[in-house]
Design a protein around this ligand. Structure first.
Ligand code: UTP
Length: 290
């Protein structure tokens, strides 16, 4: 029986994060917090929960805060220990969820497809996962866990349904009506009138090494960037099967202010950090000036 275990995940984190500027001028988008944890923490936890033990993060040369985040800080751990804050020490030691986390550079942000191509030398010869860290999936099992459970050897793309006027922001799937679970086509950022469905690519993939040759042959597409969607489309056009699965859970897009805020509110509600709607309002800190 073939081994379909996925052991490596690629997390592309080399983009400019223009929609979150100026917050992302110095702090990488992937380190912006959702509550008290950086966005990438949720991605790593989702990967680890799916059995991943090896993570490759693609970073830009100016995003060294990312490797710093995954490096132990014995001085901080000692200082916390001296203050008796053992729980915090444990939390800091658990960053990375026990995975080996390695970094590779994408010097120029030439697109998601190009970022994944940079990881070629580190992912090995087997299938691997790709998780976009600016997409938070609130689900049990996690988004990637749902994909790995469905993986049967062919590349697999996770999708979720979006409103008709939102399709222009995503890669959109065209499911094959004759082969359930298989794609006929993928279209990057179509106009609503041209979209083959409202199934948007969610930012979770299981890919096979053949995608690297496809990426190498893919010219820049939408926005002058090398698109992963276009490379997968080339595979489809070459007669290679690519599957799709619909995510079961809540998808939050952390890449723009409204999505990031909605994710924070939803996660705060889940952690009981917000009063329920019928509770007394939080007292305001306003002080009357006499
Ligand atoms: P996005 O398109 O959402 O991120 O890419 P971005 O380009 O940084 O953001 P905007 O559009 O300018 O606001 C999804 C993921 O792919 C990474 C990003 O860091 C993000 O995690 N990415 C994108 C790369 O690693 N390299 C790229 O060239 C582009």
């Amino acid at each position: 029986m073939p081994d379909h275990a996925i052991r490596t995940a690629v997390i592309p984190a080399a983009g400019l994060g223009t929609r979150m500027l100026p917050a992302t001028k110095v702090v990488p988008k992937e380190l912006l917090p959702v509550l008290d944890r950086p966005a990438i923490d949720y991605t790593v936890a989702e990967a680890a929960a799916a059995g991943i033990r090896d993570i490759v993060v693609v970073i830009a040369p100016n995003k060294l805060a990312l490797p710093a985040y995954f490096t132990r800080r014995p001085d901080l751990e000692r200082a916390l220990d001296l203050r008796g804050k053992r729980e915090l020490v444990k939390q800091l030691a658990a960053i990375g969820c026990g995975c080996r986390v390695r970094f590779v550079e994408q010097v120029t942000p030439r697109g998601l497809g190009d970022a994944i191509a940079r990881a070629r030398g580190l992912v090995g010869a087997g299938p691997f996962a790709v998780l976009l860290p600016d997409v938070l999936i609130d689900a049990v099992p996690g988004g990637l866990g749902q994909l790995t459970a469905a993986f049967d050897g062919k590349p697999l793309v996770m999708v979720h349904e979006v409103d008709r006027d939102e399709v222009r922001r995503y890669g959109i799937a065209a499911p094959d009506p004759r082969r359930p679970g298989c794609l006929l086509d993928l279209v990057e950022k179509p106009r609503p009138e041209d979209a083959p469905s409202r199934l948007a690519v969610t930012g979770r993939y299981i890919l096979t090494p053949e995608v690297f040759d496809s990426l190498a042959a893919t010219p820049p597409g939408a926005g002058g960037e090398v698109q992963l969607t276009d490379a997968l489309r080339r595979l489809l056009q070459a007669g290679r099967p690519v599957g799709w699965r619909r995510v079961r859970g809540q998808v939050h897009d952390l890449g723009h202010v409204a999505g990031w805020l909605a994710a924070n509110l939803a996660m705060a509600g889940r952690r009981g950090l917000l009063p329920a709607a019928d509770d007394a309002p939080i007292p305001s800190a306003e002080v009357a000036v006499q």
